[in-house]
Design a protein around this ligand. Structure first.
Ligand SMILES: Nc1ncnc2c1ncn2[C@@H]1O[C@H](COP(=O)(O)OP(=O)(O)OP(=O)(O)O)[C@@H](O)[C@H]1O
Ligand SMILES: [Mg+2]
Length: 459
């Protein structure tokens, strides 16, 4: 964090000092895990359900914390006491953001691909200047302020992922960081159980572009109708990226190699540059175009953007991680998380990479679909069959409608195998897989991780 006195922190968050010296200075990082506290830092104590952070206040101070921000005084500990520590963290992040006038903040939202696109953007911008971005998916009312508080006076770009489980969530995050650039990747059916409809998801995501100032930039996926429509909801300058003919940053002549890696010509106005991605999957074309648009709009020359795109790698794990086993089987580990949109993208990648090879899709339960639960699973089963996937393995009882969807496709020559759990899937694959196969593993969170790990371990 930038250097602040406890008096400044208290003023920013509306805290009462209890046993703390207002002149003491926070020089280190802000942490809510006492094991991460370093000298000069600030510890935030949350009243958790299982573990109460206040119980670790003394430990944090012993580790060098200057003070503890919490919701009640702790004997012998310099405290900043607030009604709610989470709200206080947001207010502190906002105060830090307000003090960093040289900072450009990029916010990214969408139903799938936020982390992937965030990682691409952060990697591009960090070739230009000091960049802070969250590790993984720190995209909520805790993760976002936590990331903002990592910025220092030397930081030039802050790249933030913004997630929403309901209306108003992204607006809250935008009020903290006032993004200069807002990127919307797509609108799909992730968390539709909580939202109710695709339209309300679109409305929630649009809060990002609505919050941009007129001198801001809205970078929109030109190929997603719900995202394009957000152009009408912002006063910021709109930049479209995609394969659509009217996109300001456009890909032409897209081809894929046998690893599902795209090559294309990046076109912006009268400039053209060749891009050869190192990351796999058709959806990376769109993600990389959004990243290119952000970097170029922030001043990076187009040839440098194109060259840098060719070096970008996967930063966050279990996302389209393609590897070859010594026995000639190729595995696509996309098991980090799943919803119907991201599963469709992964199945298309599998089909593309499986040209001339046998394809196997191991698909687990997709969580948080609410009323769309049955139809969402059927839909991905149907798509797998329509794409000609040879074996569909539906993992676990709740994923069974995938099997129904696949077997309902007339004329499909493949086979669908519902299995009870991950162990059964691993056993099936051990017998069934043969050299040359391409296997996709995908499901919500941990629901297929064990399968992916088993495929990684076996020779
Ligand atoms: N543009 C895209 N369209 C569809 N699927 C995508 C896209 N980009 C990435 N994916 C896939 O979606 C899954 C989730 O990717 P990622 O973690 O980047 O998304 P996220 O939006 O950050 O998810 P979360 O809401 O869990 O944070 C991965 O399997 C990834 O390969
Ligand atoms: Mg994420």
């Amino acid at each position: 964090m930038i250097t602040l006195t406890l008096a400044e922190v208290a003023a920013a968050v509306g805290a009462d000092l209890a046993g703390a010296d207002p002149r003491a200075v926070v020089t280190g990082t802000v942490e809510f895990d006492s094991r991460k506290v370093t000298p000069g830092g600030l510890f935030v104590a949350f009243p958790g359900e299982k573990v109460d952070g206040h119980d670790y206040a003394g430990v944090a101070v012993a580790a060098g914390a200057v003070a503890v921000l919490g919701s009640r005084p702790v004997e012998g500990v310099p405290m900043l006491v607030v009604p709610d520590a989470l709200t206080a963290m947001g207010r502190l992040a906002r105060a830090v953001r307000d003090r960093l006038s040289d900072l450009t903040v990029v916010g990214i939202t969408g139903s799938s691909g936020k982390t992937t696109t965030k990682d691409l953007i952060a990697q591009l911008l960090s070739t230009e200047a000091e960049t802070v971005a969250p590790a993984g998916s720190f995209n909520n009312e805790l993760g976002l302020p936590y990331t903002v508080l990592q910025a220092t006076a030397a930081t030039r770009y802050l790249v933030l992922e913004m997630g929403a489980r309901g209306s108003g969530h992204i607006r809250y995050l935008c009020d903290i960081v006032r993004p200069d650039v807002g990127v919307v990747v797509n609108v799909g059916v992730a968390h539709i159980g909580e939202f109710g409809s695709v339209e309300s998801i679109a409305t929630a995501k649009a809060e990002l572009v609505e919050s941009l100032a007129p001198d801001g930039i809205a970078v929109l996926n030109a190929d997603d109708p719900h995202v394009r429509a957000m152009a009408a909801r912002t006063t910021a300058r709109v930049v479209l990226a995609g394969v659509a003919g009217d996109a300001g940053y456009r890909a032409e002549g897209v081809t894929f190699d046998d690893r599902g890696r795209a090559s294309y010509t990046l076109i912006h106005r009268d400039q053209k540059a060749d891009v050869n991605l190192k990351v796999s999957g058709p959806h990376q074309v769109g993600n990389s175009l959004l990243a290119a648009a952000v970097a170029a709009e922030l001043g990076m020359p187009l040839p440098a953007v194109a060259a840098a795109l060719g070096h970008l790698t996967l930063v966050s794990s279990r996302r389209m991680d393609v590897f070859d086993r010594p026995d000639g089987i190729t595995v696509i580990d996309d098991s980090y998380n799943a919803n119907p949109g991201s599963t469709a993208a992964a199945l298309r990648a599998l089909a593309g990479m499986g040209t001339g090879r046998r394809t196997v899709a191991v698909l687990g339960y997709m969580a948080e679909l609410g009323d769309f639960e049955r139809s969402g699973h059927e839909e991905v089963g149907r798509l797998a069959a329509e794409l000609g996937v040879a074996r569909v393995v539906a993992v676990g009882g709740p994923a069974a409608p995938i099997h129904d969807g696949a077997t309902g496709v007339a004329g499909w020559e493949g086979e669908s195998v519902p299995v009870a759990d991950q162990d059964a899937a691993v056993a099936y694959l051990r017998d069934e897989l043969r050299p040359g196969d391409v296997v996709l593993v995908k499901g919500s969170r941990y629901r297929t991780w064990q399968v992916a790990d088993a495929l990684r371990d076996t020779p």
